[in-house]
Design a protein around this ligand. Structure first.
Ligand code: PLP
Length: 366
């Protein structure tokens, strides 16, 4: 089977990893600091806070943005449930907006229609790595004085108008979970829009305890002014991240090359439609999503040819836990009914991608 996802762990991580494991210090320490310094350069934003998962980054961003009882967060159901679960955990109400059925991105005009005096933030998911219309969303945020939270779990390395995701004056949440573009086994990154958010975020990711001001007693913390969480990254995950950064450009370049091959090869088909992407933004292609008119049949055909394809995420409004937030969203329904992703990752060889195109064209002619 050509897999849809593959874990990238280079052999070269073993030595530095062993070094940390045997060092006597495996908690949050110098490797986390070093990883953050490298991420600052990589993302191009000084306010980088590593955390233990993308979900933690989202929860922390919601807290910093003021989500809480009586507030509303405008979000999309067409995503991983991890986008919406932290909103419920924050005790805010989810208000789902529609998406563009041709790229999976939240629709700024529908977002604006859903703003109320209770809105605290807009949660925008970069589906498969393809950036939403960040400028249009920021315009709305400025107009109504609400925050933008980018769920960039799929989008490490993607760019919007020439700048990496993480540079557009919003809270940006990356995931470094096992199968993401960059993995630290588990982990995440919150990029904050201001130094004040960064400072508060740093406190809140570790219970609210200030780790930087010297303590009178080594084991006892100074005054805690706001209670936080146990969301920090540790040196074991961080040392893996440091090593991964040496490879990630090359991996993304291969993903983009595979995607360009599909863009060229899957045109003007009858039953298979490519998504419609704008030239001002570039996905790192965690997913290459297409639309098909009969997903079950496509999936069975591809499996018979040794190729794994999947929806990856279902619209969250099918879940009982989210039933209170259901509403009419025609763009979501259209996308959710037809979307499916084919293997595009760094492990997909020239031969694999030719096989994937051949099988897709065969099915399209049926
Ligand atoms: C869109 C999206 N948001 C958030 C997350 C949560 O990230 P993590 O698994 O690192 O908590 C994921 C996936 O894992 C995701 O796909």
């Amino acid at each position: 089977m050509i897999p849809l996802f593959k874990v990238h762990i280079p052999e070269s991580v073993m030595e530095p990893l062993k070094g940390v494991l045997l060092s006597g210090y495996i908690g949050q320490g110098p490797k986390v600091d070093e990883f953050e310094r490298q991420l600052v350069k990589w993302v191009g934003n000084p306010n980088c806070l590593t955390v233990n998962s993308g979900t933690s980054a989202l929860h922390l961003a919601l807290r910093l943005a003021g989500a809480g009882p009586g507030t509303e967060i405008i979000s999309t159901p067409m995503t991983c449930s991890a986008t919406n679960t932290p909103i419920v955990d924050s005790k805010a109400d989810i208000v789902w907006a529609d998406i563009n059925p041709w790229d999976g991105a939240i629709d700024p005009s529908d977002v604006e229609r859903k703003i109320t005096p209770r809105t605290k933030a807009i949660m925008a998911v970069h589906w498969g790595g393809y950036p939403c219309d960040i400028d249009a969303l920021i315009k709305i945020c400025i107009k109504y004085k609400v925050a933008l939270i980018e769920d960039a779990a799929h989008a490490f390395g993607s760019t919007y108008k020439g700048r990496p995701i993480g540079n557009h004056s919003s809270y940006v949440c990356f995931s470094f979970q096992a199968i993401k573009v960059l993995t630290t086994v588990d982990g995440g990154l919150l990029v904050c829009p201001s130094v004040e958010d960064y400072r508060l975020g740093k406190l809140l990711r570790w219970y609210g305890i200030d780790r930087e001001t010297p303590r009178r007693d080594l084991r006892c913390e100074n005054d805690i002014v706001a209670c936080g969480y146990k969301y920090h990254m540790n040196d074991v995950n961080a040392v893996i991240g440091i090593e991964q950064l040496k490879y990630v450009d090359k991996l993304i370049a291969r993903q983009r090359d595979n995607a360009a091959f599909y863009d060229k090869s899957l045109n003007d088909l009858r039953r298979v439609k490519r998504l419609r992407y704008q030239p001002d933004r570039l996905s790192s292609y965690w997913l290459y999503t297409i639309r098909v008119d009969d997903r079950d049949s496509f999936q069975a055909h591809m499996a018979k040819n040794g190729i794994m394809v999947s929806q990856v995420h279902v619209s969250n409004d099918v879940h009982t836990a989210f039933k209170a937030y259901r509403r009419n969203l025609p763009g979501v329904d259209e996308f959710a009914a037809q979307q499916v992703s084919i293997p595009v990752g760094w492990w997909v060889t020239d031969e694999d991608r030719e096989k994937i195109v051949k099988a897709t064209l065969e099915w399209d002619k049926r």
